[in-house]
Write a protein that binds this ligand. Structure first.
Ligand SMILES: [Zn+2]
Length: 201
């Protein structure tokens, strides 16, 4: 979710977004507000097409400061994100301890971990620490790898554990976020461990 144009994934999203560049501000604002209404009340994979569509709309919207123009009212359940004043649509990632909930609009921290409601901190912290240890395997240096007979096997095992952990987060942790936020998106992949969205059941 960085806004770094050097990032190949970011470049691709910019290319996708070009299809919507001709939208006028009012149409864009209404479409975004309507989509926020449609995603309300649910836990969403980041890979879900409606979230992808919203991301395309919102990257144009951010460039045009669409929410500051007050062209369309966003659904009342959404508060204003402190980072960029867009409606707060938070994303849960494996880096929640370090970066908190990420703003789907600007990619910055929307809610720092310390500012999360207590029940969410208690649910997320043990999960994130366990996940971190599993994720680390992808970043072992040569000497750490040498401690194991087969690094490939360790990597595979870590990837399978990561898939399970992400599945657990989805079913056991994320629904509680809906007690505090109108919708929640979760990062349903781990590029370092080569876990893809369709690996997570
Ligand atoms: Zn933001």
């Amino acid at each position: 979710m960085s806004n770094n144009p050097q990032n190949p994934a970011e470049r691709l999203w910019r290319e996708y977004g070009a299809a919507f560049a001709a939208l006028d501000d009012l149409t864009l604002a209404r479409w975004m507000a309507q989509t926020l209404g449609q995603v309300q009340g649910k836990v969403w994979r980041a890979s879900h097409p409606i979230i992808g569509l919203y991301r395309l709309l919102s990257q144009i919207g951010q460039d045009r400061h669409i929410w500051l123009k007050r062209l369309a009212a966003f659904p009342g359940a959404y508060s204003e994100a402190p980072c960029c004043r867009a409606p707060l649509l938070p994303m849960f990632t494996r880096d929640i301890l370090e970066h908190g909930l990420i703003c789907h609009h600007c990619g910055e921290t929307a809610v720092a971990f310390a500012d999360l409601p207590e029940d969410l901190r208690e649910l997320s912290e043990p999960w994130a620490r366990t996940y971190d240890a599993v994720h680390e395997v992808a970043h072992w240096d040569a000497s750490q790898q040498a401690h194991h007979a087969s690094y490939d096997e360790e990597f595979e095992k870590a990837a399978r554990r990561a898939e399970r952990l992400l599945g657990e987060a989805r079913s056991s942790i994320l629904p509680s976020f809906l007690d505090h936020y109108p919708a929640i998106i979760w990062e349903d992949h781990d590029e370092c461990l080569e876990v893809r969205a369709d690996d997570i059941g």
